[in-house]
Write a protein that binds this ligand. Structure first.
Ligand SMILES: [Zn+2]
Length: 282
């Protein structure tokens, strides 16, 4: 499943679409997440004959704004969704569900949404009331747009007794941390994933607050490669996951200098969790 760095990478790859005009919108007629049909008429109304003003991101949602349109297009990639800007002549892949036909700068392009599993979402967002949209209203802070501070994290962890890894996956607290980067951030901060949240000290809250943007930035620096292939269930695929420090490395040596202990795998709330039993403390 794409996480925040992958979604941010997608956003960056769509930059050339900004300024291009939508001249048609095609939909497959197949429903997406929760069997919800795509509002084809609404998409056309929002986009037709309008130029793309920008592509924004909130947590794992992408927002495509059109010049002069009161409604934007809200996209969530779900498990296997992909949003790509391609030449119009490029062969149409299977499982394509929405296509924006674009012209501009003397070029013809298509912005295509493909999604084999159809767990993604493409819907409309009223721009002047986007904070109230049910998908966005519940989102917590975005660690790439706002500063995650140790003090804030310390305060937010006082009243929860869940495991710290479960806490990190709560999208209403911090938006965009998924299963992979929760393990990565905890390894970086030397915190055991099983630590009960309310026992996080001020000092370790500070370390974790620094670790989250650090692992995201590290992933973004490798985004081009991880993006190419995030099709399998967990978003990691062999050769492109080489930049991960702990996730998927069960039995391999811990990469922290002077440690080298074998990484362990456990399951927390049904999700695979990787950690070093020596340098990550409860
Ligand atoms: Zn270690």
């Amino acid at each position: 499943m794409p996480e925040l760095p992958e979604v941010e990478t997608v956003r960056l790859t769509l930059a050339p679409a900004v300024g291009m005009q939508a001249i048609d919108v095609w939909t497959s007629g197949m429903p997406l997440r929760l069997n919800q049909p795509v509002d084809a008429t609404g998409l056309r109304d929002a986009a037709y004959r309008r130029r793309i003003e920008g592509v924004r991101r909130r947590g794992k949602y992408l927002i495509i704004d059109f010049v002069g349109s009161p409604r934007s297009v809200l996209v969530h990639l779900g498990m296997s969704g992909r949003l790509r800007l391609v030449k119009s002549s490029a062969e149409m892949p299977r499982h394509t569900h929405v296509v924006f036909h674009l012209i501009g700068k003397g070029k013809k392009r298509q912005l295509r949404y493909t999604d084999p599993r159809r767990f993604g979402q493409i819907s409309l967002l009223q721009r002047d009331a986007e904070k109230e949209h049910p998908s966005l209203a519940q989102l917590g802070m975005d660690p790439l747009l706002e500063a995650l501070t140790g003090n804030w994290l310390y305060q937010r962890t006082r009243y929860s007794r869940q495991r710290i890894k479960t806490f990190l996956l709560d999208q209403s607290v911090i938006a965009g941390i998924g299963n992979i980067y929760a393990s990565e951030a905890l390894w970086q901060a030397r915190i055991a994933p099983s630590l009960r949240t309310h026992r996080l000290s001020r000092q370790r809250a500070q370390l974790l607050a620094e670790a989250v943007p650090m692992v995201f930035q590290h992933a973004l620096n490798h985004g081009g490669t991880s993006l190419r292939d995030f099709v399998d269930a967990d978003g990691v695929s062999g050769s492109h996951s080489g930049y991960l420090r702990v996730y998927g490395r069960e039995g391999e040596p811990c990469l922290r200098r002077s440690c080298g202990h074998a990484i362990r795998r456990t399951v927390i709330q049904g999700r695979a969790t990787f950690y070093c039993p020596v340098c990550q403390k409860r």
